[in-house]
Design a protein. Structure first.
Length: 534
């Protein structure tokens, strides 16, 4: 019964944290509108096989997220921000549950609760669970595959059933993000078995059931593409977006040490606890097994993606469960008073430093607000709320770290309380007002007002997958790709309309006279203009 209550509590807490005001903010540039438009176009066409953006096949990601979002939107009766983000929130809740089960099997309820809570409140997990992206779905599938494989190797699951579950989870990972859905859990399981001297167990015939389950999950979609002759789509998806991006990227290039910085920031507030877990004596063989798995998992995933020439911080989300497992070893012992003196002092110093950083951040935020008196009222309110929260959190953490009596408990609870309060306040009060600078919806509302439904509307040399204009205006915005095309379009006898982004404005003016813009809007660093030829 205790495990059931724990699972109900962590699942309900995660669901509340990830779904609170989930649809309150707009889709933010650049990726959310692209994935959303793919779902919207699939819904419009009744298409379940190939996603398209602006009418063009979109092969950057496999199909699983789009299927889940389509199902969620159909259940809600509309394609909107809530339905589009629900698959990410569900993946976050599922990951919290799976992590609890994995840790409980090796280290008991207390450690399992700690690991689930720390994972669920890790910044990158919280943010990914509230955004349209595939990386958290991949992390959940990786966790499911590793959990099933490890349970099988440890004898907790029957080999046939365990390997089938692991293969199915890896197959779902491949449908979520491509070949890394198989590579990530395979890397963790093989490295862990090699270090434990159990590689021979991976050679047993029951492993065939894993291959069968994997093929049963991935073959229908990939096979349907082959039957339809979509070899170009498959080549783009499997080779260019994975193999070539790994070795010869065209964007997101970064140095080899990039993920060290990304880990330190994106795994906050618990990242500082992870190094303290190194060399921590386990209580028993089960905890020793768990800690070794977590280190292999964390290092293996980070090193693998560090070898890629293309790097983005969400790539290491599959390592977030391992980071939470290691951080929970330190946090649990610190809270129970069983952490050794050296680590206790370091943990306290790290938490105190974080509290001081928050106080400095509050002061900086307040100073910036004073200098930006002309900011929109909703942005100023969000800024005031954010600065107040930083100050309150910093004071609570510093006070908790300074109380001599039960200092460990006060400091740890203050940090956890601040983290939860930050997420709740951000979701409900801080993030939605940022639509004023992050969303294209206001600009698209101007398009709806200014451009008649039957009038031609094009863009000039827009990014191929720029989709916010299409999603929020409710109409396709095709792109003119040359000055000659622009000149012919602008010379048409009827009134035509043109969307131009700031980087292309001078080029447009060199070819035609666009006149005064009908609408101007800035979303982040991207400023857009709407022009008419007459």
């Amino acid at each position: 019964m205790g495990v059931g209550r724990d699972l109900a509590a962590v699942a309900a807490g995660a669901a509340l944290l990830y779904t609170l005001a989930l649809g309150a903010r707009d889709l933010w540039h650049p990726n959310e509108p692209t994935y959303a438009e793919a779902v919207a176009e699939m819904a419009q066409r009744g298409e379940w096989l190939i996603p398209t953006v602006n009418g063009t096949p979109f092969a950057e990601k496999p199909i699983l997220y789009y299927w889940l979002a389509l199902a969620a939107c159909r259940a809600l009766g509309r394609v909107d921000e809530l339905g589009l983000r629900l698959p990410s929130a569900a993946a976050g809740v599922a990951a919290v549950i799976l992590l609890y089960l994995l840790v409980h099997a090796h280290a008991g309820r207390h450690r399992a609760r700690a690991a689930a809570v720390l994972f669920g409140t890790t910044y990158i997990v919280f943010w990914s669970a509230r955004s349209i992206q595939m990386d958290l779905l991949l992390a959940t599938c990786t966790l499911g595959a590793v959990f099933s494989a490890v349970s099988t190797l440890d004898g907790a699951l029957a080999p046939g059933r365990g390997w089938a579950a692991a293969g199915a989870a890896a197959g779902l990972g491949c449908l979520a993000k491509g070949p890394v859905g198989l590579l990530c859990p395979l890397l963790v399981v093989v490295l862990d078995a090699a270090i434990a001297g159990r590689l021979r167990r991976l050679a047993r015939w029951q492993l065939v059931w894993g291959g069968v389950a994997f093929a049963a999950v991935v073959a229908p979609w990939y096979g349907a593409l082959l039957v339809r002759g979509e070899t170009g789509f498959l080549t783009e998806l499997l080779f260019r977006q994975n193999v070539r991006r790994f070795f010869e990227p065209w964007d997101h290039t970064a140095p080899w040490w990039y993920f060290a910085e990304a880990f330190a920031l994106d795994m906050l507030p618990w990242a500082p606890f992870v190094p303290l877990a190194w060399g921590l004596a386990p209580r028993d063989d089960g905890e020793r097994r768990l800690n070794r798995l977590a280190w292999v998992w964390l290092v293996g995933i980070v090193v693998f993606f560090s070898l890629s020439a293309s790097k983005r911080s969400p790539y290491i989300l599959p390592a977030a469960p391992a980071a939470a497992i290691l951080a929970s070893a330190v946090y649990e012992r610190w809270a129970d008073g069983r952490l050794d003196r050296r680590r206790r002092a370091l943990a306290l110093a790290l938490v105190l430093a974080l509290g001081l950083v928050l106080l400095v951040g509050a002061a900086v935020a307040a100073a910036m607000l004073d200098r930006r008196l002309s900011s929109p009222p909703e942005l100023r309110r969000a800024g005031v709320i954010g600065a107040t929260l930083l100050a309150a959190g910093g004071l609570a953490i510093v006070a908790g770290a300074s109380i001599p009596w039960r200092r460990r408990l006060a400091a740890g609870l203050a940090l956890l309380g601040f983290t939860l309060a930050s997420y709740v306040v951000a979701a409900a009060l801080v993030l939605p007002p940022l639509d004023a600078i992050k969303s294209h919806r206001p600009f698209c509302e101007a398009i709806r007002r200014e451009v008649p439904a039957a009038a031609p509307l094009h863009g000039y040399r827009l990014w191929r997958w720029r989709a916010a204009y299409s999603f929020y205006s409710g109409r396709r915005v095709r792109s003119l790709e040359s000055a000659a095309e622009l000149t012919r379009y602008w010379s048409r006898p009827e009134r035509v309309f043109l969307v131009v982004e700031r980087g292309m404005l001078d080029e447009v003016r060199a070819s035609v006279d666009p006149g005064r813009p009908l609408a101007v809007h800035a979303a982040g660093h991207n400023q857009a203009y709407l022009f008419a030829n007459r």
